[in-house]
Ligand binder design. Sequence first.
Ligand code: HEC
Length: 157
Amino acid sequence: MSARLANEPRTVKPTRATGIAGAGDMLDDRMLGRWLSALAVLVASSWLCACRSDVPDAADASPDPSAALPPDVDAVLAARCRKCHSDPPINFAPFPLVTWQNTQVAAPGHRAAPVYEIMEMRLHDATFPMPPPGNPITDADRSVLDAWIAQGAPAKR
Ligand code: HEC
């Protein structure tokens, strides 16, 4: 911050551009824009899901801690999803997709629906697809996840 700004009295008024007091000091516009669009998508997708089914399959509150992902599913998640859904997640992703247990617990903002059901929704969401634009996935890789989720996303046998 410049010396001139630092010496100004700290009576922060809402700026005309953002209406948020001092927002320009804390976030540059690009970060704010990205954050707001991630938030909008999250709100929109939770709303869509809330209408999707009356009784979602209940997520497993304590999935078997010794169970592992099937190797083909693990490989697809590693190649296509963990760039963001790592543990801890990065790039604004809401949860990790690293272990089988990660896929069985309740997805944040989706009542009792497990993460794997939300994965299925977003893998086929024309408007807000996962992976997001710029992060390609092949039909073969998507089919691996589809087939696994269709069986109820079981652990490795
Ligand atoms: C480039 C980063 C990135 C990659 C790669 C990525 N995601 Fe995401 N994912 C995000 C972000 C950011 C969000 C939160 C915003 C949103 O819901 O769109 C998210 C949200 C989600 C959600 C929660 C959606 C909801 O409605 O609550 C699921 C499920 C998901 N991703 C699955 C996947 C799967 C499966 C893959 C791989 C096939 C994947 N993602 C790859 C960044 C990524």
